[in-house]
Design a protein around this ligand. Structure first.
Ligand code: NAP
Length: 281
């Protein structure tokens, strides 16, 4: 595993593991332990997933066993829309409470989960303060399009988000956002990077031909494409075996033609529908 460098000079792992829809602490322990054994230290959680506590407990166990230190880990969490609304953007108490509850001392990344319209900019300005005080090491956003970045700038934000976490996979490649992020030195975390392996993704003819050509699995072809695109895939699995499979993508490289062919599968297909909280393009 390697790291990418954020626009503040700090490091972020180039593959991370998700925790959405995980609810078994025993499985979480196995996932974190297997990840660490295989050099994977990046994890993503959120209050709405109800995994902040469970993930933190598994991380603390591994630290207690002397297998890793807190500094080895990179943990994302998020500010949910209900939190933005309840505190009208003044979200500090939620962050302080979650840190106390989990005992992780700091979050490596705090993200706005959805660009909830009323309190988006107020929340961002409150997050800038938490970052400056060191309570969170990095700050970023999710489910953003270019106009949301413009809104932050207009509202007087003085910190460019370090990352944006959006739904990205071969069926939804978001070229406009990618171009904007390249220009502004913002790292892209790709959520649902396997498009949840729905049939349209896992049975895709090109991806299956490439899996055979490179002698790897369909998931490995997709995750290797993410890495080569410079994205940080946040991939979720409840299987330790798949943690190993999904992160073993550094022993082969796609040819430029194959990488471009995968990018051309884009059809603006998203699992997560646009909504009031994610007004989209
Ligand atoms: N910011 C946001 O708004 C947002 C939204 C959604 C998700 N996320 C984050 O992104 C993470 C990942 O997204 P996701 O869970 O939606 O989708 P995903 O990672 O694309 O797909 C997860 C699904 O793929 C299966 N899978 C994983 N590895 C596999 C493999 N090697 N072969 C076959 N199937 C495999 C998993 O099943 P098993 O568990 O059975 O292996 C699970 O059903 C989430 O956990 C969350 O942390 C963020």
């Amino acid at each position: 595993m390697d790291n990418l460098i954020l626009n503040n000079g700090k490091k972020i792992p180039n593959i991370m593991l998700g925790s959405f829809q995980m609810d078994d602490p025993k499985i979480m322990d196995e996932i974190v332990e297997t990840a660490v054994e295989n050099g994977v230290y990046g994890f993503d959680t959120s209050p709405s997933y109800k995994t902040e506590g469970m993930l933190s407990d598994s991380i603390k166990k591994v630290i207690k066993e002397g297998k890793a230190t807190r500094e080895d880990f990179f943990v994302d969490t998020k500010i949910d829309s209900w939190q933005m609304i309840e505190k009208k953007g003044q979200i500090r108490p939620f962050v302080e409470f979650a840190l106390k509850k989990t005992g992780l001392e700091y979050w490596d990344m705090l993200l706005i989960h959805w660009p909830q319209p009323e309190y988006l900019t107020k929340t961002w300005l409150a997050m800038e303060k938490l970052y400056e005080e060191g309570l969170v090491k990095n700050i970023g956003v999710c489910n953003f399009s270019v106009r949301h970045f413009n809104e932050l700038e207009k509202a007087g934000a003085h910190i460019v988000p370090m990352v944006v976490q959006n739904e990205i996979h071969p069926l939804n490649t978001e070229p406009e956002l990618v171009e904007y992020c390249k220009k502004n030195n913002i790292v892209i975390q790709a959520y649902s990077p396997l498009c949840r392996m729905i049939p349209m993704m896992k049975n895709n003819a090109l991806i299956n031909i490439l899996a055979e050509k490179y002698g790897v699995s369909v998931a490995q072809i997709i995750l290797r494409w993410h890495v080569e695109m410079g994205f940080v895939p946040i991939v979720k699995t409840s299987s330790s075996k798949r943690v190993i499979e999904n992160t073993d993508v550094f022993s082969f490289a796609l040819s430029k033609e194959d990488k471009d062919a995968i990018s051309s599968l884009d059809q603006h297909f998203k699992i997560f529908l646009e909504s009031r909280c994610c007004p989209g393009y």
